[in-house]
Design a protein around this ligand. Sequence first.
Ligand SMILES: C[S@@+](CC[C@H](N)C(=O)[O-])C[C@H]1O[C@@H](n2cnc3c(N)ncnc32)[C@H](O)[C@@H]1O
Length: 271
Amino acid sequence: MDKSIKGKVKSYYGGIAKNVSSNSKASCGCGAACCGDISDSSSIYTKEYLEGLPEEAVNASLGCANPIALAAFKKGETVLDLGSGGGIDAFISSKYVGEEGKVYGLDMTDEMLELANKNKKKMGVNNVEFIKGYIEDIPLDNETIDVITSNCVINLCEDKEAALREAYRVLKPGGRLAIADIVQLKEVTEDIRHSVEMWVGCIAGALDIDLYKEILHKVGFKEVEITPVNLYTKDIIDDIAKQKNLGDVYSQIDADLLDGAFAGAHVKAYK
Ligand SMILES: C[S@@+](CC[C@H](N)C(=O)[O-])C[C@H]1O[C@@H](n2cnc3c(N)ncnc32)[C@H](O)[C@@H]1O
């Protein structure tokens, strides 16, 4: 078994995809997106976003906020969703860009791609295509995309600069980034940072807002805005630990230090 962080992330999200395919709801993805009050997709997305989507796609939601709310799509635009999972954001985007537009969903996990393609068939959309690959090495040409969306995925990448540089490369000049991601708001201890389990749960890999902005500027983005929208309280993180069977890791961590240390955030920027 691949013991690297990427290998663990792949096997964890592959397992979730299999569970959803066997008719249950997605378990914990990026934490607060599936736990506590801001848990299910209906609290991340208001009703109009979810209209017309297959129930299975909605149930497979593993995000931490609504990136589509930032995207301001126009008909005919080309969209790329990084780490598309079961496809929820790709399907929502497909309604906004219309038949004359195109949406790519990129994911590295075979089981997620299979689930997304099943959901695509159920929805009967022609303008969505799921492709296999890594965010750090996007299999698309330079300057071909109008909008990049992503939901709780950059935090899972070990090389965030490579991922964001690739995003910049494929965007057309003037193109935009409309991302939901976990950010770190307070210092946390090294044991959290070094926990693979906490990484898979989107927390250990989350960037601090200033560093996130620095990387975005470094790879070329401008008009960068990062706004925390869903705060992870101690209770929510407690739920995450329970749902993910992280009892052992979590019991060694001072839960008070985690209270309010992370949040689901909106990340907006332009090329
Ligand atoms: C937390 S889930 C989010 C899925 C989806 N965006 C949503 O909101 O439901 C993370 C997804 O990103 C994918 N992923 C993580 N790291 C990746 C990488 N480096 N390259 C491609 N896909 C990746 C995983 O396979 C998984 O499907």
